[in-house]
Design a binder for this molecule. Structure first.
Ligand SMILES: Nc1ncnc2c1ncn2[C@@H]1O[C@H](COP(=O)(O)OP(=O)(O)OP(=O)(O)O)[C@@H](O)[C@H]1O
Length: 226
């Protein structure tokens, strides 16, 4: 055991196979109950960082700790099961399964974690998709798919929510509703959250805004524009 932070990034570096160095010796600690927004110019490495935390890719150097357990080894079964139970993801590409209904898609984390199914229906209602339970993803608009992905990310009350531009396909009013839902779920569950966004309005729903740049992750002061 290392410490009790929800997420600790220790000296993370990532260079892609084409030689593009994106992250260099990045360190950051996200404590339990903290909800942060990460902003930064296009191409600086925000999605790369989220993918590393999510285990979709592995850092070249450094370690990622979650709840005192090191997660750097991608093929480690214990790490995979920890992510499945304790993480909720919203990716830009949604990653919904086309052959499952909306209800089945949202219920998937409950099934995988042997949890009762009732909350799948509740979460579909919470994101405004009541009555659409038996629809398939192909019948949905981009914004509706995004809401399914958010319902699925929150349904199993994860300890860490990771969201990459989660409201990019939503109109401003729906985006605010969904962001408030994310925030209230994160707070109600005592979870931690990271939202990556270019939207000031979305970032403002987090407790703190961090700017990712070549020098790492820095808190943005309230009077600074990013
Ligand atoms: N698989 C890959 N192979 C090579 N280069 C990559 C790969 N994925 C991303 N990159 C490059 O790494 C850099 C960081 O990409 P990333 O998607 O993390 O940036 P970002 O900050 O999320 O950008 P945006 O705000 O535009 O979404 C970019 O220059 C991108 O072209």
């Amino acid at each position: 055991m290392k410490n009790t932070a929800t997420l600790e990034l220790c000296g993370i570096s990532k260079t892609y196979a084409n030689g593009k160095q994106v992250l260099s010796d990045l360190s950051y600690t996200l404590t339990t109950g903290e909800y942060v927004a990460i902003m930064g110019e296009s191409g600086v490495g925000k999605s790369t960082l989220l993918n590393l935390i999510a285990g979709l890719d592995i850092p070249d150097t450094g370690e990622i700790w979650v709840d005192g357990v090191v997660l750097s080894a991608k093929d480690d079964e214990a790490a995979t099961s920890l992510r499945r139970r304790h993480f909720g993801f919203v990716f830009q590409a949604f990653h919904v399964l086309p052959h499952l209904t909306l209800l089945q898609n949202v219920a998937l984390p409950l099934l995988l974690n042997h949890l009762p199914f009732d909350r799948a229906q509740q979460m579909l209602v919470a994101v405004g998709l009541q009555g659409r339970e038996q629809d398939f993803p192909r019948q949905l608009s981009g914004g509706e798919l995004q809401r399914v992905a958010i319902a699925r990310a929150l349904v199993h009350r994860p300890r860490l929510v990771l969201a990459d531009e989660p409201t990019g396909n939503l109109d401003p009013d729906t985006a605010q509703e969904i962001l408030q839902l994310m925030r209230s779920e994160i707070k109600a569950n005592g979870a931690a959250g990271i939202i990556v966004t270019h939207s000031q309005a979305a970032a403002a729903t987090a407790d703190q805004i961090l700017l990712l740049s070549k020098t790492g992750l820095q808190p943005v002061l309230s009077h600074q524009r990013v």
